[in-house]
Design a binder for this molecule. Structure first.
Ligand code: BGC
Length: 744
């Protein structure tokens, strides 16, 4: 419920300055900034010129009202009608409109507030978590999911979402790996662009779209040891190769805002990092929107060892290019800093300009209020649920299927359903589940009951919890298993087991889960393990126990139905891993785009070098064969493109979807390159026996150059190899002289 409101009188906020009189509105004549027909920049300048330093300061602040559903973020907000933005976590147009009315009607200039919320993978209709979405290798599903999220949020006044999170992460111990699109920068870039387009639409329509916010800028996914909020040691080479590309793609797709991250990037915390926030983002990429800090990140500069002085923090953050602070109140010292000549007013003006520009662009001045339409009119519509189910079906990854255990249809009359994730709504909803309620999630049990073939029985017994050594439920679960012809055992993490501040050193199955699996498997019946988790788990000891493994991630509101369809064979699984499953946590970091070692030997002595399941892995109920990659020419020059093709055939008996992954290898390079670099992917559908030619157009600059440590692209002549699937790779030569391009 709305937090404590503070009146202007009691607030520590700067008082709105007095009007100079110069801009007093003549009765009946609207000020130019109120005129929607004028260009945005003209309106911004007009409004900026009317603002006092106090009003400008407030536009750079975001306060918090209501109750945070994030236990890591505590704090009470202090609302003022002149505040720039609110972060709030409840639903309903009523409260939003009350605040907005105060901003629009009770402040001198009537500047509406931006209402921000974490709508990450759905608001009411919950889609699979972003990591799962990436495994669909179908960015259109993400665009569609984000569009639905906006359609369910914007009518209630949420005009800004803190999404998408595009942090590349190669450490599944980090709980927030669930929120991003996996380990690969090309995948991350394609999904970042799709999400931005989904939230913001092709053309922003107030009441239907939300401004997106690329986060966390940047390098948060590289927190030391996967420990949340930790230092991140990122070389400039890694920054340009791996960390920045998804942000660049999101900016190019039109993202209106970015969130700076909590982490300290190699000695300069992200919120005061001028290199990333200004040099890269503004000067090179031409970003015109604004940057908000993460929650309390400005005051946290004290803990990080920069300074405990709010004035030093404020100056550094603003000078670096962090325009708005989230929940913190350090920026309240702006008027004093300006008055004392320690902060140039033009720095403040520029930040305010960026905030106002976004407010005008999203039509906030014309349409500040939420519609009072009833929720049933725009949320949880049957078509949205169908979209969520279709999306979930494409995100499930069949990791293992020894002896063709799956699909189960026709192989049982009685099915045992065991494990703590089987009837658990939280496991479907996952982390950051918007306003979605667990009770509305289709659990695996519900999905199976909905889809079970006529005449079949389901025996459900939980067996154990996610944590703890309690085995008192084993007897019932094993009795159900004995009575059945096949077993589905659903294990993993609880729905809130990943996400913010959910770093874990032990990412194996916790508690008695593995024992339950062992004892159920010992019965020798067909058994499928369904894993529900927001991260790749360490399956070192569990994997050998299960003949079939379906990795379901946290698949959203219709997740249980999609899982049932795959288990029963109504849907052929087509997810592929967008993140590597390590053989064991001791292998972390392990990811597909690794560089080669100087010697063949040198890997751990106690274990093979291969991950348990590599990036791109995912089985199907059909089989696909690949021809050799063929090229339009054997040579390519800078500025030119080269066409390549590969034929993929469905050699099995069922229709299926296959993701063609295109990799390039650059075996001799001035700056050494990963052994395999993903440059493209395409998902296709094939009927049994059908063959399709899949083509890629290789653009020399885009696909064959690499960045140096300052983001300058280098195109180096020489030999390259192009691979797709299991066929022979094709070799070609890039001709010409070494070239260095513009800074990115
Ligand atoms: C998280 C952000 C989130 C913000 C607002 C922070 O703790 O790091 O990702 O957007 O809270 O809820």
């Amino acid at each position: 419920m709305p937090g404590k409101l503070q009146s202007e009188k009691n607030s520590k906020a700067p008082k709105p300055g007095k009007s100079s009189g110069r801009f007093t509105e003549k009765p009946g004549v609207a000020a130019p900034y109120r005129n929607p027909r004028l260009p945005v920049d003209e309106r911004v300048e007009d409004l900026l010129a009317r603002m006092t330093i106090g009003e400008k300061t407030d536009q750079l602040m975001q306060t918090f009202v209501g109750e945070s559903d994030n236990p890591n973020n505590v704090g009470s907000g202090s609302f003022r009608p002149t505040i720039g933005s609110v972060v709030g976590f409840w639903h309903g147009a009523g409260p939003q409109n009350n605040f907005q009315r105060m901003a629009v009607e009770q402040s001198r200039l009537g500047i509406p507030i931006m209402w921000g919320m974490d709508v990450i993978h759905g608001q009411h209709t919950i889609f699979p978590i972003p990591l799962a979405q990436a495994c669909s290798f179908n960015p259109e599903l993400t665009r569609m999911g984000c569009e639905v999220a906006a359609l369910e949020s914007a009518p209630a006044g949420v005009n800004w979402t803190f999404a998408p999170m595009v942090d590349i992460c190669r450490d599944p111990r980090w709980g927030r790996v669930a929120e991003g699109f996996g380990e690969d920068p090309h995948v991350g870039s394609r999904f970042a662009a799709a999400a931005v387009k989904g939230f913001q639409g092709a053309k922003f329509v107030p009441g239907r779209n939300m401004a997106s916010c690329l986060k966390h800028f940047c390098g948060y996914g590289f927190s030391e040891g996967g420990r949340d909020y930790s230092y991140s040691d990122i070389s400039r080479q890694t920054l340009w190769e791996t960390v920045l590309p998804p942000f660049h793609a999101g900016v190019n797709a039109g993202a209106m805002t970015l969130m700076s991250s909590f982490n300290d990037i190699t000695g300069t915390p992200a919120v005061i990092n001028r290199y990333t926030l200004t040099e890269v983002l503004r000067t090179r990429w031409g970003f015109k929107g604004f940057v908000v800090s993460d929650w309390n990140a400005v005051s946290q500069l004290a803990r990080q060892g920069f300074s405990a002085d709010p004035k030093a923090q404020t100056r550094a953050a603003l000078a670096a290019g962090n325009d708005m602070e989230m929940v913190d109140t350090q920026y309240l010292c702006i008027p004093e800093l300006v008055r004392d000549g320690r902060l140039a007013v033009k720095v403040v003006n520029e930040a305010v300009r960026r905030v106002l520009r976004v407010k005008f662009r999203i039509g906030l001045f014309e349409m500040p209020y939420a519609s009072e339409r009833p929720l049933e009119e725009y949320a949880l519509l049957p078509e949205y649920l169908a979209k969520a189910e279709a999306a979930a079906a494409e995100t499930l990854v069949l990791l293992k299927n020894a002896g063709g255990v799956l699909p189960l249809a026709g192989k049982f009359k009685t099915l045992a359903l065991l494990g703590p994730a089987a009837a658990n709504g939280g496991c479907m909803k996952g982390t950051w589940g918007g306003l979605g309620s667990e009770a509305r999630m289709t659990t695996i049990e519900m999905g199976l009951r909905e889809k079970l073939p006529a005449g079949c029985r389901l025996l459900h017994a939980r067996g154990c919890d996610f944590e703890g050594a309690d085995r008192s439920g084993f007897a019932e679960a094993l009795a159900a298993a004995r009575e059945s012809d096949a077993i589905v055992i659903c294990l993993g993490e609880p729905g809130d087991g990943s996400g913010e501040d959910q770093s874990r050193a032990n990412i194996r199955l916790h508690g008695a889960q593995e024992d339950l699996l062992r004892e159920a498997a010992a019965l020798g019946k067909p058994l499928a393990l369904v894993l529900c988790a927001g991260r790749p788990l360490d399956l070192f000891t569990a994997e050998p126990l299960a003949p079939a493994i379906l990795n379901a991630w946290q698949p959203g509101i219709r997740g249980g139905a999609a899982i049932a369809d795959v288990l029963l064979g109504n849907v052929n699984p087509s997810g592929r891993l967008a993140i590597t499953f390590p053989r064991t946590a001791g292998h972390i970091p392990t990811f597909h785009a690794q560089r080669r070692r100087s010697r063949e030997q040198g890997f751990y002595r106690d274990m093979g070098a291969e991950p348990l399941y590599p990036f791109g892995h995912g089985l199907s109920y059909t089989t696909f064969s690949y021809g050799n990659v063929t090229l339009g020419a054997r040579k390519i020059r800078a500025g030119r493109a080269l066409k390549a093709k590969v034929t993929v055939t469905n050699t099995g008996l069922r229709p299926g979807k296959e993701t063609v992954l295109w990799y390039v290898s650059d075996p001799e390079a001035g700056i050494t390159q990963p052994e395999l670099r993903l440059i493209g992917f395409e998902k296709i559908e094939l009927a049994p026996g059908e063959a399709k030619e899949v083509a890629i157009r290789i653009d020399a600059w885009r696909d064959l150059s690499y960045p140096d440590c300052d983001g300058r692209r280098i195109l180096e002549p020489g030999r390259f190899l192009l691979r797709a699937g299991t066929g022979e790779p094709a070799e070609f030569v890039l001709e010409g002289a070494l070239r260095a391009g513009r800074l990115e």
